[in-house]
Design a protein around this ligand. Structure first.
Ligand code: FES
Length: 181
């Protein structure tokens, strides 16, 4: 009988010990997460996906290119959240078949802001860079100037009557022979 009592007492000790360990483990998890933050946490969240920038009707077939800013509703890092952050700009062009292109407004030479040639819709020089006079066609091809390539295309989709683009800051490295004038 006393052996049975000892066995029960031992079992109770083991069970209460396990319960105590369980409680300690559960209450310790939040503390450990606090200590380790932000390890393993997605700390930056901005501009990775498509950003809604305009109504599709804003860009007509064969019409003048339309400039639009790319603004994300929210940028987050480990400690801060900012709203309505300007990432960059894009020139939107729709051809006569309705296909839409979104060109980065960052000049591929040294990163100045690309401007539209206001003279005419059908000018061969549709875009130019005011810094060193690189010129580009309506299709974004480089026509002249020190730019090492044509305008950079941004991924663009149209959905439910809206235009969405994916921002990427793609200032190129410059060829050694390129000379800024
Ligand atoms: S930065 Fe545009 S041509 Fe130099």
């Amino acid at each position: 009988m006393s052996e049975t009592k000892m066995t029960r007492r031992g079992a109770m000790k083991v069970i209460s010990g396990l319960l105590g360990l369980g409680v300690a483990a559960i209450s310790g998890v939040p503390f450990l997460r606090f200590l380790l933050f932000p390890v393993g946490v997605k700390t930056v969240d901005s501009g990775k996906g498509f950003v809604d920038i305009a109504a599709s009707t804003m860009v007509s077939r064969n019409a003048k290119p339309v400039y639009t800013e790319i603004i994300v509703p929210r940028v987050r890092d480990a400690w801060n959240t900012k709203t309505n952050v300007l990432l960059g700009g894009t020139w939107l062009v729709r051809n006569n078949r309705g296909a839409l292109s979104a060109f980065s407004s960052v000049c591929p030479h040294l990163g100045c802001s690309i401007q539209r040639n206001k003279e005419s819709v059908n000018d061969s020089v549709t875009f130019f860079c005011p810094c060193h006079s690189s010129a580009f066609s309506r299709n974004g091809e480089r026509l002249s100037g020190p730019s090492p390539r044509g305008l950079d295309l941004l991924p663009v989709i149209e959905k439910n009557g809206r235009i969405l683009v994916q921002w990427s800051n793609t200032v190129s490295s410059v060829n050694e022979n390129d000379q800024a004038s």
